[in-house]
Design a protein around this ligand. Structure first.
Ligand SMILES: [Mn+2]
Length: 313
């Protein structure tokens, strides 16, 4: 049941529900990154992966809206990256995430990373860009925060800087932020001056997620580019996702995220769900995180096997 072939990780117990395939045979690989050493407010995101896994046993294997049976899909839980959860250990953690994510992508599989804090996304995005950058790779970040600081608590790789690092490395047209509603004045001024593409949760509420997708499509051909979807769970309203260390009212809803995933299902080739903090909520938020991952897998299956499925609805 467990896969010990990947030296980087330790096996999960229990595994993410319905992960019955070996790493080599799988089309989807789920892994956890129990890391939260740069967290600034309430720590505990390192406990996210086991809590998400546990809550996935609440769900049916059949995705009713998609008519997809997850038990029939080759999914693998590769376990958790097995390194120390310390500030000093961050560089090792990032490079291990890079190695694992790139290995999964190069084998033509779909990686789904469970955080851990958002800083870890940088390693996975680097791997994604290594593979999909030449094809126009772009990162969509769902987040309450701009994460556009130069550095935070003297660490340029803090969770509060992750969007800025991606922006600097891969350029202005390579990252889009959705759901932002918190940040310092300088961050927002810099974002505006330097041309970071972002829409706030107010924009989503007033214009709707599909109109925002259209705007990005006009600006950067979003629907024609390979997408890495990064979900900081605090982007979703605390009423739906209270298990976050940085609760920020007036967020977007799980329905907005569902529409986003449906709309971009053809182009998303990697995803993460970060910052779930079980000490704040053991059930609702880990369950939502698990469901987002399951839904993304179901949507990708439909793309691969039934390319015209949306005509049904
Ligand atoms: Mn955030």
């Amino acid at each position: 049941m467990f896969n010990n072939k990947i030296k980087l990780t330790r096996a999960a117990d229990p595994v993410f529900a319905d992960c019955n395939a070996s790493f080599d045979d799988s089309r989807y690989v789920i892994f956890g990154v129990p890391y939260d050493a740069t967290v600034s407010h309430i720590s505990g995101a390192s406990e996210g992966p086991p809590a998400i896994r546990r809550e996935t046993y609440n769900f049916e294997t059949f995705l009713l809206d998609l008519e997809v049976e997850l038990e029939e899909i080759p999914m693998n839980d590769a376990g958790d990256i097995n390194l120390s959860n310390t500030l000093e250990g961050q560089a090792d953690m990032l490079s291990s995430v890079f190695d694992l994510e790139r290995r999964i992508l190069r084998m033509g599989k779909f990686p789904l990373m469970m955080g851990g804090e958002h800083s870890i996304t940088e390693g996975a995005v680097d791997a994604f860009m290594d593979v999909y950058g030449p094809k126009g790779g772009v990162v969509i970040v769902v987040d309450a925060h701009l994460d556009f600081r130069e550095q935070y608590l003297e660490n340029p790789h803090s969770h509060a800087c992750v969007t800025r690092r991606i922006f600097e490395k891969y350029g202005r047209k390579s990252v889009c932020v959705i759901g932002a509603r918190s940040g310092c004045r300088e961050e927002f001024e810099q974002a505006r001056d330097e041309g970071l593409m972002y829409f706030t949760s107010q924009h989503v509420h007033s214009r709707g997620i599909l109109e925002i997708m259209d705007a990005w499509d006009t600006a950067i051909n979003l629907r024609d580019r390979p997408i890495y979807l990064s979900m900081d769970i605090d982007g979703i309203d605390p009423a739906y996702a209270p298990g976050s260390g940085t609760l920020e009212p007036w967020g977007i809803t799980p329905w907005d995220v569902l529409r986003l995933m449906e709309e971009l299902r053809h182009n998303v080739f990697a995803m993460d769900v970060m910052e779930i903090t079980p000490s704040m909520d053991q059930f609702v938020t880990p369950g939502l995180g698990g469901k987002l991952i399951r839904q993304m897998i179901g949507l990708k299956e439909l793309v691969d096997h039934h390319p015209t499925w949306m005509e049904k609805v």
